[in-house]
Every structure is written in C-alpha cells, then in structure tokens.
Write a protein that binds this ligand. Sequence first.
Ligand code: ZN
Length: 150
Amino acid sequence: MKRIGKKLEDETKKEWFHRYYLVNKKEILERNKDWYDNNPIKVKDQYKRSKLRRKVLRLKRVTLYKLALGGKCLRCDYDENLLILETHHKNGRDDENKNKNILQQPEFKEFCKTGRVPKDIELLCPNCHRNIHHPIEEWFQFKELLEQIK
Ligand SMILES: [Zn+2]
C-alpha cells in the first residue's frame, strides 16, 4: 500500500480515506476479494442475519405503533393478526404523503422518535378500511348503472 501522508487541513477523514482508496484501489479490491473468497459462507450468513435483524426490528417498531393505536380494528374489533391491520387517516392525507407506506409516514416516524401517538389515525382491518374508501352506497349506485346498461 502506498502512503499518502497526513490529512490535509480542510479535508475530512472520509475525504482523506477516499484519496487513500483511489491511490491503492487495486490492492484494496484484491485484498477484499481474497477475504470474500476465503469466507463465502460467513459473509452470506452475516448478510442474511443482519437483513433478518433489520426486518425484525422494523416489524417490532410497526407493532409497537399499532399497539399504541389500539391494537385492534376500531370498527369491528378484529385483533387476530396485527400484521394486516392498516392505518387510516381520518382527515385524509397531504398529496406528498399520499402513496407512502406505513414506514414512510411522518406520523410513524414521529412516533418512533417521540412516542407521540397521532390523534387523526385509526387502526382498521383491511375490510373495514376498504369499506370506508369504497362506501356501500358507491356499490349500490354502480349496481344500478349496470342494470341500466344491460
Ligand atoms: Zn374491521
């Protein structure tokens, strides 16, 4: 490995290391490859384990959030499978948050940071949730239209 001397005055540690990396790129990549070739199972295992760990931690945070929101469907009391319960925004959502999943929602992030439980969010089972967004009247109207077209 070639030395590149001390950190420059206006250089961060990261920038310094990047300079070091560019100078010694070939050797570093070769050394990494050697290590990966000698430890294939270990690497795969570590990767799998960290991926699983992250998934479990993510689910744990979501579960805590859902429990804080009541832990059951607020309309029909369904509470068997917490994984499928959904969050419903009573006052609708801003356009920028429209297509975000639960992990990306600002209310969820806020809960993770401060533990504050949002007031305008209802926990619902998928059935009750769909029923809210597609009310039964909508179906009756549609049925009428179908009969007229026949
Ligand atoms: Zn329900």
